[in-house]
Design a protein around this ligand. Sequence first.
Ligand code: VAH
Length: 314
Amino acid sequence: KILVIGAGGQLGSELTQGLWNVYGKENVIATDVKEPQGILTEGNFEILDVLKQKNLFDFIQKNNITQIYHLAAVLSATGEKNPKFAWHLNMDGLIHVLDAAVEFKIDKVYWPSSIAVFGPNTPKVNTPQDTVMDPATIYGISKLAGERWCEWYHNKHGVDVRSLRYPGLIGYKTKPGGGTTDYAVDIYFKAIAEKKYDCFLKPDTFLPMMYMDDAVKATLDLMEAPAEKIKVRSSYNISSMSFSPEEIANNITKHIPDFKISYTPDFRQAIADSWPKSIDDTAARKDWGWQPQFDLQRMTKEILANLHSTTEVL
Ligand code: VAH
């Protein structure tokens, strides 16, 4: 059985749906610390707090869990407001899962990292798989430390833990969860609802981004690859596109001609400025055949078409 921890989040909800589609609802138990909403309400869900180690261990034993997708975390922007809790959840949550993997000989563990592990001194263009990493947020520090823990548990205890450094993830099925790249999700909802959006980043803030369907596919492809193909046990760079608020706004205007964007940069600008502009994902493409399907044009078309059909557009 597969356990998803943090299934209620932006990535968790869509990854859970992807896992239900592939493995069947009865084989994938979605869990979070609060009751589900949206796309999760139709499935196999239970309350579970990864910080309560005994509850986690009992849950794994009772449900014969053989794989764990551990997605519960505090993201970059929220983490800067609650740094101690961000460190606590992001680090102790991961270590509870890695200890459970050893204790119950879990077949495979998935844990998401992020481009937030890179910082001001990291090369910003085509950021390499192995490079200088000086993350400037508690979230990024916890993801960098988490990568080190994953590699250590793999080398010391043989845990088959796999990870991806996601760029900003963009989907229309769930609200974003307190990240710096959330503008790229909000902009679509606001374009449909109000034909205008006030962006919290400057117009020329280029960031690596990815459509949620590509992120879910990359995750399932990584987890289904034979173990001998997985050469990176910290976390793989993956990328599909980079764009700025100005570029995504221009793309939306092609579909909604009177869409208007304005800019009011806030504390998240400094976080975005510390991250790369583009990522080199050669290793992922070579080791397990990573191949994105969505660029900005195709993503915008897909999201607006789906939002049009789900929200009353006057
Ligand atoms: C965040 N969406 O903004 C996440 C992600 C690269 C960004 O890690 O914190």
